[in-house]
Design a binder for this molecule. Structure first.
Ligand SMILES: [Zn+2]
Ligand SMILES: [Zn+2]
Ligand SMILES: [Zn+2]
Length: 566
């Protein structure tokens, strides 16, 4: 079935397949022994994902105070915004009752409008966390963190700085999608790596610099597509002595040395073919950056998915999920949701609903053993609530059927929350990373925009990045009292003491770009979350790949790639 996206500014044509319809039938909730059939999506893949990401501010942190205990806190919500904001301890605590915000459903008004009012009124958690983090206030959406700063969306990290999407890390800085790694710097999409720098899409690599698509390599520099190699430079073998001599001459503790090597490494990368699909141990799967996925299509940055489609960032596995952005972990049967998981099932149109949640529809921040919720927010350990109002089982079933009928008429049933109810300006959210829009366009669509005001930095001087000493060895301790002016955006930024210590320990030059610029540069190293048909540059077999046809890279199919590598 072909459909046209109902967003007036989009109207893209998209395909709804037989298996999509079968999935929708399977995930359609049965309440009071009657099925509430989900219609085929109204919006295209991009517009659906954009809606989900527009609910999420991941990296913008502000200083404010907790509206309950009044202590100063760090928050993803601005101090001048309309929301009541509680510190995590207060939010999780028993000194407030989310049911006291409950309200009756009015069948004469659109459901999302009513949910939006409830959502605006309910206190928000300042930064998402549980109680057991140590010295990691400037982080958001982390679990079991110690001495971390500016890291977002992940769990189990110690002494890590600046990055997004991680599991089990120690002493890492400037990263994107990093798992079970230690002493890594400027790495993206790497697993089980140790002492690795400026590298992308590597597994089990160590003591190496500027690697791309390498597996189990040690002491290599500027290499691509290598497996189990040691002492290679630009894909050529060297003796240990020669390797060490050449490495020392590269002066990788200096800014100029790193810049020079980067140019040479990129030159070498382009001489070698890229793989149509990045990932290992997949079976009957399409997408990019996927590991151990089976019978899944159009999945990006996912690990361990079964029978899933259109999912992104699910790093901890899921089964029978469609249109889900993060995170997984014993997640089954979910549709059009974002940031859900941890033993949860049967979720539709939910944002941040997790920790053994089941049969929850159109709800936000409902956690720990909740079930049978519809249009709720901030509910914990409860069931049979609608718009935060508690009902008996039979009342619940009757009212849900009534609401879904109205939502169907209004074209809301099966949709994710509209960006209009987001707690953030569009430009504060992850949607701006993947679907950037100018201010005027955002306002034209009726969405919010946050005019960013930079807080003045309390420093003794601001130094131009170009005036920094070339070598990390010559950076004085005094730099901690200065700000560095970003080479790209001219925005000043500071170094943290522990961060400088890590640069010295790794012996890497200090950054000359602001965190946001570094982050955007890392993101740009990946292909878009889209697929195209191409032909293998070697055997001409048709391939499905995230490299668009007009790109210059030589892209080959899996079997041609394996012939090149092994
Ligand atoms: Zn669209
Ligand atoms: Zn508090
Ligand atoms: Zn081929």
């Amino acid at each position: 079935m072909r459909k046209l996206c109902s967003n007036t500014w989009c109207q893209a044509s998209f395909e709804v397949t037989e298996s999509d319809l079968k999935f929708l039938d399977k995930v359609s909730p049965v309440i009071g022994e009657k099925k509430l059939a989900l219609p085929p999506p109204r919006l295209c893949y991009d517009c659906r994902q954009q809606r989900r990401l527009a609910q999420r501010n991941e990296r913008n942190l502000y200083k404010r105070s907790c509206d309950l205990c009044k202590r100063p806190i760090i928050s993803i919500y601005t101090p001048d915004g309309p929301h009541a904001v509680y510190c995590p301890e207060c939010w999780w605590g028993d000194n407030w009752d989310p049911l006291s915000f409950g309200r009756a459903y009015d069948q004469n008004r659109p459901f999302f409008e009513q949910f939006g009012e409830l959502y605006a009124a309910i206190p928000k958690m300042s930064t998402f966390r549980f109680k057991d983090d140590i010295n990691s206030d400037y982080t958001h959406d982390g679990y079991r963190l110690k001495n971390c700063y500016f890291i977002f969306d992940g769990e189990q990290a110690q002494d890590c700085f600046y990055g997004e999407c991680y599991v089990k890390m120690k002493d890492c800085c400037d990263f994107l999608y990093l798992t079970e790694s230690e002493l890594c710097y400027e790495c993206i999409h790497c697993q089980n790596c140790f002492d690795l720098r400026y590298s992308s899409f590597c597994q089990n690599c160590s003591e190496s610099v500027f690697l791309l698509d390498c597996v189990s390599c040690k002491s290599c520099i500027g290499c691509v597509n290598l497996v189990q190699k040691e002492y290679y430079i630009f894909n050529e073998p060297f003796s240990k002595e020669d390797y060490l001599k050449r490495k020392a001459a590269m002066n990788l503790h200096t800014h100029s040395g790193v810049r020079q090597l980067k140019a040479l490494a990129l030159e070498n990368f382009l001489k070698h073919p890229g793989k149509a699909l990045r990932g290992v141990m997949n079976e009957n799967a399409t997408g990019d950056n996927i590991l151990s996925c089976k019978d899944s299509s159009y999945c990006f940055d996912c690990i361990g998915m079964r029978d899933c489609r259109f999912c992104t960032g699910c790093m901890m596995g899921g089964q029978d999920c469609q249109d889900v952005d993060a995170w997984g972990d014993r997640l089954t049967l979910a549709y059009n949701c974002a940031y859900i998981g941890a033993g949860s099932q049967n979720l539709i149109g939910c944002y941040y609903t997790a920790l053994n949640a089941s049969n929850v529809i159109s709800s936000i921040f409902c956690m720990t053993g909740v079930n049978n919720l519809f249009g709720c927010t901030a509910i914990k350990k409860n069931s049979h609530c609608i718009l935060n109002k508690k009902y008996s089982e039979s009342e619940y079933s009757e009212l849900v059927h009534k609401i879904v009928e109205c939502m169907r008429t209004d074209g809301e049933w099966g949709d994710f929350f509209p960006p209009e109810i987001s707690a953030f300006g569009y430009n504060e959210t992850v949607a701006q990373d993947y679907y950037p829009l100018p201010r005027e366009e955002v306002l034209k669509r009726g969405w919010k925009w946050r005019d960013q005001v930079d807080e003045p930095l309390n420093v003794t001087r601001v130094i131009e990045a170009s005036q920094l000493p070339d070598s990390i060895d010559d950076i004085p301790d005094d730099i901690l009292n200065w700000a560095i002016r970003c080479e790209k955006t001219r925005k000043p930024f500071r170094l943290q003491k522990a961060e400088l210590e890590l640069y010295r320990r790794l012996r890497v030059p200090v950054p000359r770009w602001h965190f946001e610029v570094r982050h955007a540069a890392r993101r740009a190293l990946r292909n878009p979350r889209k697929l195209w048909k191409r032909n293998c540059a070697n055997c001409q077999k048709p391939i499905t790949t995230s490299y668009s046809p007009e790109r210059p890279e030589k892209v080959v199919c899996e079997s041609c790639y394996l012939k090149e590598v092994y």
